[in-house]
Design a protein around this ligand. Structure first.
Ligand code: FES
Ligand code: FE2
Length: 424
């Protein structure tokens, strides 16, 4: 019998064994990461023909490549002969991929190009290309893949809300294009992957986990997220489909709060944005800023940082992040974004290291949780009741709560249960 998700995931509580049970993890790798859409990378990471980056979709190692015609591919990073890992570095540029074991060579599109000592080769060349996901698609440069190929269109997975979140970020660039070319930092954390969608989109913990950051640094979080329930008007939103958001727009006092700046200081940027969007849309964009949101199951839009969540095992995860760089701005502007990102999320920063400590403590707390006898076990529940009674319905059927409410967490788990049951 499979894992009884209906007994473990309720509207207002979920069971701790979901973080620690290897059987749950194995089913997630299939139902969430193999049979659903997963974020792989951004087209700007591989701008030139031959560029490639190494990623994982669940536990499946993949390469995102650009071939000579400009097409983007996702390919298994595993030789089709006997399975050797093709690329061991994180990124590079290649004319082709040659396996280090017996020298088979594959094109940037995954096709088998050549086999050494060919007279002894009896295989079907066409069938021995690199494995590839059944479907690959992108939205505004964000590349997603669905290994099984039967998850339906990407647009349906993202939904209008998911697409609007990505658009809101992209439309802050004066050309509408983003660049993820400043490199990624990965924090390896001994916690289950699901703690990251939860904590990256939890508006309740800033006052506590991140108190030291708030004391040390001036941040717009002071007016948008912290200070108790009455002090801010920000919202926690469940858009459905597992896509959730902490919406800080109602708390911003004016334009560019999210950048800690003002028009006069970044006038070239504002003028360029106005030239593209027109005065009214540019003013709205400069007020609203980038979203703080999560695209199920592994993409975090953390305002001007992007994170992708890579599960390594039931109790180990890598939280990779990079900074958003805008196309069409001067180098000093992007450098400023990079410095802000380093201070917020880098290894010597506050946010991810502090969150990591809590995630690892939670993981230890649930080490003994078991989903025994189908009732979810008597011990080891997580309470997610906060703000249920005051949740309201917003545009498109979204659920909206105060930013400190667990609306986002409930939204994640509601979709999670649906996926785990529907793909059983
Ligand atoms: S395993 Fe790659 S060529 Fe043999
Ligand atoms: Fe946090």
């Amino acid at each position: 019998m499979g894992v009884p998700y209906a007994a473990l995931v309720h509207e207002d509580r979920v069971h701790g064994s979901l973080y620690t049970d290897p059987a749950v993890f194995a089913e997630e790798m299939d139902r969430v990461f193999r049979r659903g859409w997963v974020f792989v990378g951004h087209e700007s990471e591989i701008p030139a023909a031959g560029d490639w980056v190494a990623r994982r979709i669940g536990l499946e190692p993949v390469l995102m490549t650009r071939d000579g015609s400009g097409a983007v591919h996702a390919l298994a990073n595993r030789c089709a002969h006997r399975g050797n890992r093709l690329c061991v570095r994180e990124r590079g540029n290649a004319k082709a991929f040659q396996c280090a074991y017996h020298g088979w060579t594959f094109g940037l599109d995954g096709a088998l190009r050549s086999v050494p000592f060919v007279s002894g080769f009896d295989g079907d060349r066409a069938a021995l290309g690199l494995d590839r996901p059944g479907a690959v698609d992108s939205h505004r440069g964000f590349v997603f893949a669905n290994i099984s190929g039967d998850a339906g269109p990407l647009a349906a997975h993202l939904g209008s809300a998911g697409r609007a979140l990505l658009d809101r970020l992209c439309d802050l660039s004066p050309t509408g294009a983003l660049r993820f070319d400043a490199g990624w930092i990965g924090h390896r954390i001994d916690s289950n992957w699901k703690m990251w969608p939860e904590s990256d989109n939890d508006g309740y913990h800033l006052d506590f986990v991140h108190a030291s950051m708030l004391r040390a640094a001036d941040s717009y979080y002071k007016e948008t997220v912290v200070g108790g329930e009455k002090a801010n008007a920000s919202l926690a939103v469940d858009h459905g489909g597992g896509h959730v958001e902490l919406d800080m727009r109602p708390s911003y006092k004016g334009e560019l709060s999210w950048l800690g700046s003002a028009r006069a200081k970044v006038s070239a940027y504002c003028d360029a944005l106005t030239a593209r969007l027109g005065a009214a849309r540019a003013a709205a964009a400069l007020h609203d800023g980038p979203p703080h949101a999560f695209i199920f199951p592994n993409l975090f839009l953390g305002e001007l940082n992007i994170a992708r969540i890579e599960p390594l095992g039931v109790g180990a995860t890598v939280h990779h992040h990079t900074v958003v760089q805008f196309d069409g701005v001067d180098a000093a502007f992007n450098r400023r974004l990079l410095r802000q990102s380093e201070a917020a999320l880098g290894p010597a920063s506050f946010i991810v290291p502090d969150d990591a400590v809590v995630a690892e403590r939670m993981q230890m707390s649930f080490a003994g949780a078991t989903a025994d006898s189908g009732n979810g076990g008597a011990l080891g529940w997580i309470d997610l009741t906060r703000g249920r009674a005051r949740e309201t319905r917003g545009a498109g059927g979204s659920r909206v709560g105060h930013i400190s409410d667990e609306t986002t967490n409930r939204g994640f788990w509601r979709h999670y249960r649906q996926v785990m049951e529907a793909r059983a």
